[in-house]
Structure formats: C-alpha cells, structure tokens
Write a protein that binds this ligand. Structure first.
Ligand code: MF3
Ligand code: CO
Length: 267
C-alpha cells in the first residue's frame, strides 16, 4: 500500500533525511586512507544518537551493523569491517535513522585519492542519473519514468550495468514501503505518482556487467565481474512541477571538497 504524506509529515521526514545528510557530512570531514569502515560505523552511530536519531539499519531483517559500507566491487549492504580503506578505494556509505517515528535513508559514494578516470566517470554519471530520476518524480508521471531516465543515462548512454535485483522504495513510517522504484524500466508504466508520495531513489550502477551475487554472509552484494559499483541515494517527495529533495548532498559535497583526502574532481 502506498502512503501519501501530509505536509506536516513531509516536514518531519525532511528532518530525518537531513539528520542522515548531516551524519554523512561528518563522515566526509574525516574520511581518509587508513580509516576502517567500522570506525565510520561508530562515528555514524554516535552522531545520530547525539541528535536523537534512532538507528534503523541495526537488526533490520537481522542486519548486524548501523551502516552499509560498500567498497569497490561491493554494490550495497557491505558490512563495516576492520580493513583499513586505501588510496584508490571508492566507498558508498548508506545510513538510516528514525526521527519522531519517520525514516531517513540515504547514501553517498566517496572516492579516496587518485582513481582511474573511468571510475571518476562512473561516480559522476551515477550521481547525474540520480538527478535525472528525481526530475521524473512529479505528479501524473509513473514509477517507470524514473527507472527509464536512470537506465537511459547509465546503460544506454554510457554502457554501464544497472543492477536489477535491488531497487529504490517508498519511505515513511517504515524503511521500505510501496512502491518499489527500479533503476530500469519503461516510460509510462507502473504506479501513477501522486503529490506527497515519498521515495528513496537509489541507482546502483556497475562499471561492467549488471550481474551481481550475494556473499555467504547473506548480505554483501558484489558485482559478478569484480568491477566497481557506485551507489547514491536521495529521499524525495513527489510534487507538482518539481520533486522536493528531502536529503541534502550540498553539505556533504562542501565537506568533501575541503577534505584533501577525498577526490571530488569530477564536479
Ligand atoms: N538503503 C538501503 C536499502 O534501501 C538500506 C538497507 S538497510 C539494511 O536497501 F539494514 F538492510 F542494510
Ligand atoms: Co534505501
């Protein structure tokens, strides 16, 4: 069932989404080679707790950590671990909180130092595709229009692989609500969008094949060919002329630019 939010509820969801953005900004300030993803998990846990956020990933269907930290060939749902990050890694940090009963859930991919130009391009195009999807999140469009826009920009235009097995989703009192929001699809198909439906739009785009597999841990999703994958996620409210983006990359990007250990040369 699709839940349409009231204006007041959208305002509360913006606060939840913003707390995630602020947490990811703290990550952007300190991230550097040598740091472990478990240290990032601890930072996110403490920052969110200090700001009255309830951690939403921990124990979600048994998920054993507070963040997903997906490095290089890991697409999503990577477990934080004790392996130090190194120059040339790309890492998606996906984090969620509940604030006043409402979920925020979004993700950002960081680049540590110098990487091959093809990786910079993958990060750039994946972020662009997220905004192309968001442009479609307006009333009377359909869910398929979002996926179509993302797939056109990534698969058609750049030959990347769009992950099929995992999708974006509705967001609200629950972390995953209807509708599912695939990053692929046909124009004019799927649910018709109404004002104040809130969606988490999250392209997962692979440099090579779209095919993925799940590790024996039951969570970690990896590319079948071992090539890199990038993931960005925004929380978005459907509106009449232009979608309202509830989460905020601008504060993350500002911190990223000031951190000389991070590579933001693609924008
Ligand atoms: N943004 C992720 C998703 O929508 C959140 C996963 S939560 C987890 O799939 F607990 F399952 F990791
Ligand atoms: Co999500």
């Amino acid at each position: 069932m699709v839940h349409i939010k009231t204006e007041e509820q959208v305002g509360l969801m913006k606060q939840a989404a913003l707390l995630v953005s602020k947490t990811l900004t703290e990550v952007a300030k300190v991230l550097k080679p040598g740091m472990t993803t478990l240290e990032i998990d601890k930072l996110c846990f403490e920052f969110a707790k200090d700001h009255k956020g309830v951690l939403s990933f921990y124990n979600y269907h048994g998920y054993p950590h507070n963040i997903c930290a997906s490095v290089n060939d890991v697409v999503v749902h990577g477990f934080p671990n004790n392996t130090p990050l190194k120059e040339g890694d790309i890492v998606s940090i996906d984090f969620g909180v509940i604030l006043d009963g409402w979920h925020g859930d979004h993700a950002y991919t960081f680049i540590l130092g110098e990487v091959a130009p093809e990786l910079l391009q993958l990060v750039k195009v994946t972020k662009e595709s997220l905004y192309k999807g968001i442009e479609q999140a307006i009333i009377n469009n359909r869910v398929g229009d979002i996926g179509y826009a993302i797939q056109e920009h990534t698969e058609k235009k750049h030959g990347y692989g769009v992950v099929r097995e995992l999708v974006g989703h509705g967001l609200g009192k629950s972390l995953h609500e209807d509708p599912q929001v695939p990053n692929y699809g046909k124009r004019g198909t799927g649910l018709k969008l109404k004002e104040n439906i809130v969606l988490a739009i999250e392209p997962m785009i692979n440099l090579g094949t779209h095919k993925v597999y799940t590790d024996d841990d039951g969570w970690t999703v990896r590319t079948e060919d071992g090539k890199a994958s990038v993931h960005f996620e925004h929380d978005v409210c459907v509106k009449k002329n232009e979608a309202l983006i509830l989460s905020d990359f601008s504060i993350i990007e500002a911190a990223e630019k000031l951190n000389s250990n991070l590579n933001s040369s693609y924008y």
